[in-house]
Design a protein around this ligand. Structure first.
Ligand code: APR
Length: 226
């Protein structure tokens, strides 16, 4: 079975009702990104950070996967598909995709402040004073700016094995995720679905300047019928 790797960003969840990051004048739900998504922001004001992620988690419970997420599930009928997502939502899981790597963490999980391997499901709002079994404060299981990306090595290995790469809804501005493109075998077909594609055209690249709900089903149909 041919291996398809799909790199997704905030754009694939936009039509489900989750805002992207860089379309909104650098602010994220009214906050400077460093205030709510960095170790310094966490040290300065953990209550604000916890409240911010509690609200995002509540929002996630009210949205649903869209036709972009769903089309990627269909692809599994004929291909060995791995999704590498920069998104912290669970919309790929809820759509039914089976192999998903979350590069930047998961909104519905929490972890110990001092042990990144101690990860728990997040069942209620998270507050100051919520401790893990080692008595350290629980924090969102999110990779913040300035932190290591623990899943990156796995993502590189998977990308190196890809026969086809599909990129959906990412501004390709945040590293190391944006650098994954460099790890593919030479000359594999690459599809890029984004209404505002931030990538230079080249011979093996097919750009679909469309929203995910339109462009992803088209790519999937083309691959299934090829
Ligand atoms: N369908 C597809 N793409 C879309 C849609 C849509 N309906 N709407 C917007 N987009 C595209 C935009 O054109 C843009 O290229 O989605 C992209 C969103 O870019 P960003 O907001 O920068 O999101 P992303 O690339 O996922 O950000 C990467 O940055 O803030 C951090 O950790 C956070 O994972 C995030 C990372």
């Amino acid at each position: 079975m041919e291996k398809v790797v799909v790199l997704t960003g905030a754009g694939i969840s936009a039509e489900s009702g989750i805002n992207t990051f860089r379309d909104a004048n650098g602010l994220w739900e009214g906050h400077d990104i460093m205030e709510v998504a960095s170790p310094i922001g966490w040290d300065n004001n953990p209550e604000l950070v916890l409240d911010f992620y509690n609200k995002r988690r509540q929002q996630l419970l009210t949205v649903a996967p869209n036709k972009g997420h769903e089309a990627l599930v269909t692809l599994e009928e004929q291909f060995d598909v791995t999704i590498i997502t920069q998104n912290v939502d669970d919309l790929h899981e809820r759509a039914g995709s089976r192999n998903i790597i979350h590069l930047h963490g998961e909104l519905l999980k929490v972890r110990s402040q001092f042990d990144e391997n101690l990860v728990l499901d997040w069942k209620k709002d998270l507050n100051l004073g919520d401790l893990c079994e080692h008595k350290s404060q629980l924090r969102p299981h999110i990779v913040w700016f300035g932190e290591m990306v623990p899943m990156m090595d796995t993502a590189i290995t998977i990308t190196e094995q890809a026969d086809i790469l599909i990129i959906v809804g990412t501004s390709m501005q945040v590293y190391p995720a944006a650098g994954l493109l460099q790890y593919t075998k030479p000359q594999i077909p690459v599809y890029f679905v984004d209404p505002n594609p931030a990538i230079a055209p080249s011979r093996h690249l097919t750009i679909l300047s469309e929203k995910a709900t339109v462009g992803v089903p088209k790519v999937v149909e083309q691959l299934i019928n090829s």
